[in-house]
Write a protein that binds this ligand. Structure first.
Ligand SMILES: [Fe+2]
Ligand SMILES: [Fe+2]
Length: 311
């Protein structure tokens, strides 16, 4: 069994990879402006202080499930101060790590701004309910539950890709080209974030193969979306899954599997018994996830058929 390096050693040894990927990120990420994506001409005053028109669900042209998904995605983005805390305390605020932590935080901040401006301007959501939900969600804070550098790197690699897919598919389901365009832009940022973390995770596999395999295995096994503490998340995520925005099949095929494949988790060598054991556990879990995904798809198909026949 190979000992896993301590946190400070790991951070120091990964730092050159952080620097390379930070530079790659800065060269690739294109500057963009949220205000250019919001149809301001559709906006008007609300009731209350300015005495405008009260919000009413009829004012939105978006399907209900798209609005639910947008709210979940926005509340998820809103918890940024907690995410910043998590990565700043894990990765530190010095050197290349610190530059990344701050830059990432600034980019994520843009997502909440852009989505909120869009939703409020187009009256797609009840602004009072949204604000109360934001207060409630943020007041609860967020801990990713994955202690240590390796688990955190594993978690964010999957989480960034999961949010990318969730934003992208929400845009498609919205039926609104303006919404779709905005969420495609946000999704492109999440993809670059995923690349950064996945490359770091790949470097971690070289430095500490057994410990990294264990971290990946554990994170995949109890993965939860970053917004899972949102009020009524269970009910909302069922709606989102039924609409095919984010479901077990997508999670298995489009999020976990591609990251594992890129990391060459199945054919990588150099593990001792501990790493092999974690890999076997992971493979077994993925098989079960695939089965559960197929079961869900069959149930969804049957439920949709019932609705159709009733109509
Ligand atoms: Fe984001
Ligand atoms: Fe992101």
């Amino acid at each position: 069994m190979t000992a896993s390096p301590d946190t400070l050693t790991l951070l120091r040894e990964l730092e050159p990879t952080v620097e390379t990927n930070l530079n790659r990120h800065l060269a690739t990420a294109k500057e963009w402006f949220p205000h250019e994506y919001v149809p301001w001409s559709e906006g008007s005053d609300f009731d209350g202080v300015l005495g405008g028109q009260a919000w009413d669900p009829e004012q939105s042209r978006l399907p209900e499930v798209a609005r639910t998904s947008l709210i979940v995605n926005l509340l998820t983005e809103d918890n940024l101060p907690s995410y910043h805390h998590e990565i700043a305390t894990t990765f530190g605020r010095d050197g290349a790590w610190g530059t990344w932590v701050h830059r990432w935080t600034a980019e994520e901040g843009r997502h909440g701004i852009a989505i909120r401006d869009y939703l409020v301007t187009t009256r797609a959501v009840d602004p009072v309910a949204l604000e109360r939900a934001r207060m409630q969600h943020m007041a609860g804070g967020f801990t990713n539950g994955n202690d240590g550098v390796l688990s955190s790197l594993a978690y964010v690699s999957f989480q960034e890709l999961a949010t990318r897919v969730a934003h992208r598919n929400t845009g498609k389901v919205s039926g609104d080209p303006i919404c779709d365009q905005l969420l495609a832009k946000v999704a492109a940022d999440e993809n670059l974030h995923m690349l950064f973390y996945r490359n770091l995770l790949s470097a971690a596999f070289e430095l500490a193969p057994d410990a990294t395999m264990r971290a990946v295995c554990d994170v995949v096994k109890d993965f939860q979306m970053p917004g899972h503490t949102i009020e009524n998340f269970g009910r909302k995520s069922v709606q989102i899954a039924m609409a095919g925005i984010y479901d077990l099949r997508i999670h298995h095929d489009e999020v976990v599997t591609p990251v594992l494949r890129q990391l060459r988790v199945l054919d990588r060598e150099g593990f001792s018994g501990e790493g092999e054991k974690a890999r076997e556990e992971l493979v077994e879990f993925m098989t079960g996830l695939d089965t559960a995904a197929s079961r869900f798809e069959a149930k969804r198909e049957a439920a949709l058929a019932r609705v159709k026949s009733r109509a």
